[in-house]
Design a binder for this molecule. Sequence first.
Ligand SMILES: [Mg+2]
Length: 240
Amino acid sequence: MNSALNRSLYSPGQTLLIDADDTLWENNVYFERAIASFISYLDHKAHTPAEVREHLNRCEHATIAARGYGLVSFRSSLADCYEQLTETPLTEEGRKQISSFADCIDCHEIELLPRVAETLEYLSARHRLILVTKGDLKEQTGKLERSGLSSHFSAVEVLPEKHNQAYVTVTGRHGCEASKTWMIGNSPRSDINPAMSAGLHTVFIPHEFTWVLEHEVVDQPPAGQRLLQLESFGDLLRHF
Ligand SMILES: [Mg+2]
């Protein structure tokens, strides 16, 4: 069984579904900077920064459930967190100030992770690449444009959530054969576990600053499915 899997692992013609944020380029680190600015601004006298951060995580859970991912949700979570912890409605001035912490997230240069450009160039000549990200359509496609990487992808999927059914739908839409399809990403919760449960092979490339809401224990792959764990995106060159 292993030799058959190894042959398919190295042969051309696989479909590689590739996550974007914190897999191809830095993303969460910009949110962390904005959150640090927010916590300094709030300067809460009773709650420690860690407690404020925990409360913000709860606010983000609630906002995302109601409004999805993206900067609009993030700004709204910051405002909710402020109002709930201070028990005071935000003034217009305060709302503008808090909103400004998120401004830099949307306008910075895209900072590619090491060897991403050359690796995608190589992979796209041998395999079919599909970008599979989640979040706000305009924000995610805007980042792809700014990254200069879009020509490597034969399709782009921006999903509201990356759960098992989303992978079933995407792979069905693109006629992906599960035995030759891999999901590659940094998030156990969004990229690895649901893709495995949808019958795909997976490549887990951890990122030091993965968003806390994406943390989850990586499942064992079901029989016949492969799970690779690599240190960096460039290591894909050795496997595909
Ligand atoms: Mg990611």
